[in-house]
Design a protein around this ligand. Structure first.
Ligand code: NOJ
Length: 568
């Protein structure tokens, strides 16, 4: 049995053990001096990413795009936008990432294109254009067709149908009006997109993050979405504003589509490639995208429930229990706290102990069972830049610009700053130079740099051995070399056996017939806590605090918000 387990360990695919770092290309490093990040800039910073210790880099889109949604509105899937560089720069990026033994993941926006894509321009030119059926067109409601075909809402809860006067029909756009949905029920569209995926795989791409995958297919009969009792979405239902999303979100055909995509990437082996889905849904729905009865769908899905979980022992205890229920081996959960769409998580905390809490989150993310994703700047504690709504560039915010401040602030809070995403996308803070080292010219960068860059920047973080950055670095290193942490089982400690504010779990793996056991204790409280050490002969592998000495012969003592990892 032990022998078998050991054998199984050798077959664990790399993507199950990996750590992901998300780069928002526009904001990472500008090499030309125009205030916008680019591929050459990223290449010049790959050693930094490597030294941090992450293994896979996911890039938000840098394909050709009018940039109305900063790349999530693609006008040519097989080209690089000149703002970011050229195809040669891209090939160089792949080579440089691989030379450093890291992996590269691209963002795939399959649900929609830009309205500036030639396909859409053709599609809307006339009803009998060969590309007409590449998008979702429909007659308006009878008698005169001047009302939308049904009650479907777009993401911002306004009507998702848009009238085209020339052809007197309506097109469907789940996200913003300039992002028309492609029609995957047309076999040509599907074939074309699958070939596009192969194009990038042949270029050496190791995986894809799939943008809003749950809305690719909607009901072919265009039935009205039913009413619901729910006003706000919750973890167990996405219904919003008294409307269910039955016929527009997570429609059954999307689950089949996930399997088809998986087949395409599995055509490429050595190394195997992977897909990670961005989907809103219940844990059950998310798991079903990975395959309901066997893992033959997406390899991974982001689970955003972790972003909304408060720093309370019981809440994380329950969350992990649920993750383990829905994603037991051979499935694997994912862990994410920040990304380019929501409030940077460090800014949820009071400034007084923001760093300590962020360290605690980093240890949690890097020691629980699952694939972690770190958002650029998270490792140095970059804060949300609370920019004025009136000056926002994010197209999601446009609709709300004229509202009174009080209402804007309310909406920002309830949407977790998803209604103005500029604040989590500001330029990376490299050093104390005028543009925080982001751009070679002292110019206005595409988004303003957070003025706190003089103290919060990479250079300072690397020098201070007790910084958040060094904490990430230590735990990334530890995770990489410790099989129990990167691919072992997890067992939650009984809440009654440790102090109330302490969260604990063990990770274990069999290596060459021996069991490796690792113990993780996280103090979620702001007080020093001492308790009996159940494993007296254990030793400290790492702590959030470098000067920490949490062990004595009998007891463990944790500083406020300290997290430690022990091994027997
Ligand atoms: C989700 C992405 O994360 C977001 O940034 C983008 O605006 C929408 N999908 C539309 O593609």
């Amino acid at each position: 049995m032990v022998e078998k387990k050991n054998q199984d360990r050798k077959n664990i695919p790399w993507w199950k053990k990996t750590t992901i770092y998300q780069i928002y290309p526009r904001s990472f490093k500008d090499s030309t001096g125009n205030g916008i990040g680019d591929l050459r800039g990223i290449i010049s910073k790959l050693d930094y990413v490597k030294d941090l210790g992450v293994e896979t880099i996911w890039f938000s889109p840098f394909y050709s795009s009018p940039q109305a949604d900063f790349g999530y509105d693609i006008s040519d899937y097989q080209n690089i936008d000149p703002e970011y560089g050229t195809m040669d720069d891209f090939d160089d990026l792949v080579k440089n990432v691989h030379d450093r033994k890291m992996k590269i993941v691209l963002d795939l926006v399959l649900n929609h294109t830009s309205d500036q894509h030639n396909w859409f321009i053709e599609s809307k030119s006339s009803r009998d254009n060969p590309k007409r059926d590449w998008y979702v067109w429909k007659d308006g409601k009878k008698p005169n067709g001047k009302a939308p075909p049904n009650n479907w809402k777009a993401v911002l809860t306004d009507c998702g149908w848009h009238y085209d006067t020339k052809t007197d029909q309506w097109y469907w756009a789940y996200f913003l009006p300039f992002q028309p949905d492609l029609n995957y029920r047309n076999p040509e569209v599907k074939m074309h997109m699958m070939d596009m995926i192969r194009f990038w795989l042949r270029k050496g791409v190791d995986g894809f993050r799939l943008d809003i995958l749950g809305t690719v297919y909607e009901d072919p009969e265009f039935r009205n979405n039913p009413l619901s009792w729910k006003f706000f979405p919750t973890d167990d239902s996405m219904d919003v504003f008294f409307r269910s999303k039955k016929y527009t979100d997570n429609y059954p055909d999307n689950f089949e589509f996930a399997k088809e995509l998986r087949k395409v990437i599995d055509e490429f082996q050595n190394p195997p490639r992977f897909l990670i889905g961005e989907i809103s849904g219940t844990l059950e729905e998310l798991r079903n995208y990975c395959g309901k009865d066997s893992p033959d769908g997406l390899n991974l899905v982001f689970i955003f429930q972790s972003m909304r979980t408060k720093l309370k022992v019981k809440k994380f205890h329950r969350l992990i229990q649920e993750f383990e229920t829905y994603f037991p081996d051979p499935y694997i959960p994912t862990w994410v706290f920040s990304n380019h769409d929501f409030l940077r998580h460090i800014s949820r905390f009071k400034e007084k102990n923001a760093i300590e809490k962020s360290k605690l989150y980093s240890v949690l993310q890097l020691t629980v069972r699952g694939v972690p994703t770190i958002y650029y700047g998270e490792e140095i504690g970059m804060r949300q830049h609370f920019l004025p709504f009136e000056e926002s560039l994010d197209s999601v915010s446009l609709k709300f610009k004229k509202l009174p401040h009080l209402i804007q602030n309310f909406l920002l809070k309830i949407s977790d700053y998803g209604l103005n995403r500029d604040g989590c996308r500001t330029p990376m803070q490299w050093n104390m130079d005028e543009t925080a080292g982001f751009s070679p010219n002292p110019i206005d960068t595409w988004l303003p740099i957070n003025p706190n860059y003089k103290s919060i920047n990479v250079e300072n973080s690397i020098e201070d051995k007790d910084s958040l950055f060094c904490c990430y670095q230590r735990f990334l290193k530890l995770r990489k070399k410790t099989p129990a942490l990167n691919s072992g089982n997890i067992t939650l400690m009984n809440l009654k056996t440790i102090p109330k504010k302490v969260f604990g779990y063990t990770r274990s793996a069999i290596i060459d017939g021996n069991e490796q056991m690792v113990y993780v204790y996280l103090n979620f409280g702001n007080k020093i806590t001492t308790f009996h050490n159940p494993v007296p002969n254990s030793h400290l592998l790492s702590s959030t605090t470098i000067s920490s000495q949490p062990l004595n012969s009998q007891n463990i003592t944790l500083q406020p918000f300290e997290g430690i990892v022990l091994e027997k």
